[in-house]
Design a protein. Structure first.
Length: 81
């Protein structure tokens, strides 16, 4: 699956995209657990309480099932003023 990182996530992880092979089916939460296993920095940047998650360009809950053909995106919540 293709994983995209946007805005401050891209800057802090120094990564804009990657491809990850997984053994479907997994959920967004399980994907996040895989990414968190990379270390404390990943856990801090991709805090599940401070991110938005999209699958194939639609905002989804982290319990959404994923397939290897999906495009997944993580980005910080948008605030306005």
């Amino acid at each position: 699956m293709k994983i995209l990182y946007f805005a401050s996530f891209r800057e802090r992880l120094k990564l804009d995209a990657e491809t990850l092979d997984s053994a479907p089916p997994i959920t967004g939460k399980q994907l996040l657990d895989i990414l968190h296993s990379r270390g404390e920095h990943w856990q801090t940047v991709l805090d599940p309480d401070k991110l938005l998650f999209a699958v194939n360009q639609e905002i989804c809950a982290l319990d959404t099932p994923l397939d290897d053909s999906d495009e997944v995106a993580f980005f910080p919540p948008v605030t306005g003023g």
